[in-house]
Design a protein around this ligand. Sequence first.
Ligand SMILES: NC(=O)C1=CN([C@@H]2O[C@H](COP(=O)(O)OP(=O)(O)OC[C@H]3O[C@@H](n4cnc5c(N)ncnc54)[C@H](O)[C@@H]3O)[C@@H](O)[C@H]2O)[C@@H](O)CC1
Ligand SMILES: Nc1ncnc2c1ncn2[C@@H]1O[C@H](COP(=O)(O)OP(=O)(O)O)[C@@H](O)[C@H]1O
Ligand SMILES: [K+]
Length: 501
Amino acid sequence: MSVSLLEIAQLRELEEKYARILGPDVLMQRAGKAAAEYIRELHPETCTVTVICGPGNNGGDGYVCAKILSELGYQVSVVNVGGKTPKTEQAKEALAAWEATGATIYTDPYDTPKAQIVVDALFGIGQTRALVGEYLDAAMWFNERRALHVSLDIPTGLDSQTGNWVGGRAGCRADATITFLSGKPGLYTSIGKDACGEVQVENLGISIPLTKINLTEVKDFKHVCASRTKNTSKADYGRVGVIGGGKGTVGAALIAARSALYMGAGRVYVELVEEKMDLDPSVPELMFRDKLDLSEMDAVVIGCGLGFSEKAKARFIECLQSDAALVIDADALTMVAGDEELLSLVTHRRAHTVITPHNAEAARILGYPLEEITADRLNRALDLSVLTGAVTVLKGAGTIVCQRSSISWINPTGTPALATAGSGDTLSGMIAAMFAQRYELMDCVLSAVYLHGLAAEGCDSGILASDIAPTAAEFLQALRDSYREHFHPLRERTDPVSWED
Ligand SMILES: NC(=O)C1=CN([C@@H]2O[C@H](COP(=O)(O)OP(=O)(O)OC[C@H]3O[C@@H](n4cnc5c(N)ncnc54)[C@H](O)[C@@H]3O)[C@@H](O)[C@H]2O)[C@@H](O)CC1
Ligand SMILES: Nc1ncnc2c1ncn2[C@@H]1O[C@H](COP(=O)(O)OP(=O)(O)O)[C@@H](O)[C@H]1O
Ligand SMILES: [K+]
C-alpha cells in the first residue's frame, strides 16, 4: 500500500475525531514532543535554538517543542511573533506552560540571541492568506539565519495541497520538515520540493486512513520487482514499437526505443515517418521498419520527435485505433490539443493509454494558461485524465500519476538532472517496455516513473537522457535482488526494503 497524503479537510476530520477521543491537547503535545525528538536526532549535541511561533496551533506545537528541548538541555529562545494571544485554547496553554518556566518571551525574532538551530512554528495547514507584516518579517529572519532550519508540519507560507506559496508570497525554506499525522501533497511537488528539505512524517500514534492521493513507494509496483521465471524467451517480454522520426528529431525515437530495450522489452522496433534509417550503429539491437504492423505490437510509443506532418497525424490516428497499449508523448500530445477528432479517438480507446505531458503540454491540451497548471498540478492531472480517459503522467518536480477514478500518486524520486533534452522520451520508452512485459497498468506506469527518477538521484546535472534507462535497469535489478532475498525461505531478512503490506 502507498503512503497516504491527506488533504486539509481529511486532516481536520482526523484532528477533531482524535481531540474527542484523546482530549483536545494530546495531539499538540505529541507533535511538540515528536518535533523535539526529531531535532535531537538531527543535532544530538545540545546547542542554541530559537523557535518562532505563530498565533495558531502550529505555534502551539512550537511552544511544546521549545519546552521539551529546554528540558533536554538545549538553550532555547522563544518568539511569540507579534506578541498576540494565541487563537486556540491548546496554544494558549502551551504558551502559558513555556511562560511558567520563567524564560523570556520575545515578540521580534531579530531581538533573539544567535542560534544554531531555528525552528519555524509560524503557520501550518491553517495558513489561508499570503504572509504580511511581522509574519513575513519573521519568515525572512528565519531564511537569513546561518543555522539548521527546521519547519514544523509544513514550511510556513507553503500551500499544503498544491506545493505553491500561499498568495504567491514566498515563506520559510527549511533544511528539514517534520510533518504531523500524514504527508501532505504539497510537500512533495512543485515549490514544496525545495522548501521542505528532508521530510519526516510523524503519525502521532494515529492510524492514517487510505486516501486518493498517495506517495509512490516500491511496494506499489512489487510485481515488477519479482524475479522473472527462468523458462522464458523474448516472446514473453513483448514487442514495443516506437513511432517518431520527424525531420531532424530522429534521436528522440531512438532514445525512447533504446530505453525500452534496457527496461526489458523482448523486441523493439522503430518507425521513422519522415526519415530513413535501417540501423542504429550504437544500438544495433533495434529493428527498423518503414511501417510497423500495429497488430503485432504489444505497446507503442508515439510522439517523441514525431513532428506535425500529415503523415505523422495519419499514423497517430492508426495508433489510436489499434489495440496496442499506447504511450502518447510530446508532438502527439500537441496534436491532440484543440483537435476534437483526435481527442475523441483517445477517449474511445479500449487498450491501455497513457499520456505523458509536461506542464506546457498539459496547458495546451486543457486550453488553460500555463499558470493554471502550475498553480495546482494535482487537480490539473485529474482534469486531464477525466478529459482523455487515459492515465496521466504530469511530468516535473514531483511527477503526478493520475487515473480517471481520481486516484493519484506523487512520485518521490527524480532530480533536476532530469531536466535535460530527451529524458521525457526515455520515460515513454520505459513505460512501453513495462506494458510489453504484461504487467498490470499501474505497475507499469508507477514503476517506470519511479525508476526513471531513481536513476538521477544524487545528481544535479551531468546525465544524458540515454544514460537514464541503463541506470534504472540496475536499480530494478537491485530491487529484484532485495525482493528475492526477502522471500527466500532459507535466508535471513537483511534487505532494506520492507516488502510486506
Ligand atoms: N491536524 C492535526 O490534527 C494537528 C495539527 N497540529 C498543528 O496545528 C496546525 C494547524 O493549526 P491551525 O489550524 O491553528 O493553523 P495555523 O497554526 O496554521 O494558524 C492558522 C491561524 O492563522 C490565521 N492565519 C492564516 N493565514 C494567516 C496570515 N497570513 N497571517 C496571519 N494570520 C493568518 C488563521 O486565520 C488561523 O487563525 C498544523 O499545521 C499543525 O502544526 C498539531 O498540533 C497536531 C495535530
Ligand atoms: N527538476 C526536476 N526534478 C525532477 N524531475 C524532473 C525535473 N525536470 C525534469 N524532470 C523530469 O524529466 C523529464 C523531462 O521530460 P520532458 O520535459 O518531456 O523532456 P524531453 O521533451 O526533453 O524529453 C520528465 O520525466 C520530468 O519529470
Ligand atoms: K510551520
